[in-house]
Design a binder for this molecule. Sequence first.
Ligand SMILES: [Zn+2]
Ligand SMILES: [Zn+2]
Length: 128
Amino acid sequence: MNKRSTIQRALTLETVKKLQRHVTADEVYDTIVKKYPNISRGTVYRNLNVLSELGEIRKIEIPSEAVRYDYLCHEHYHVICIKCGQIFDVEMEFIPDLEVRIKDTHGFEFTGHDIIFKGICLECNLQG
Ligand SMILES: [Zn+2]
Ligand SMILES: [Zn+2]
């Protein structure tokens, strides 16, 4: 890996951490490009993928929503607001034996799971 791509990857990671939210690839790109106008969207997307494969960030896949990236890497659950699409962390104990309990289902070998709760966030609720 050359020096330039190392720097770009570090920059991508730093941006995800700094934004401290569950960001989309576009939000990460929009933030980086303000400071570094020469970086391409493809580079940022590629770096996000690499970083999630390395376990530096967490990729959250939500049906019919853009993929989000999370700077918190430990196992945790999420709740999505059905009005504004914001994603919040759910502070509850991860259920470690969930996969064990359902392990014989269809002979599957589970590689992981995501639980996304749905609701309306405080802000949207207050707006009526
Ligand atoms: Zn909301
Ligand atoms: Zn999270």
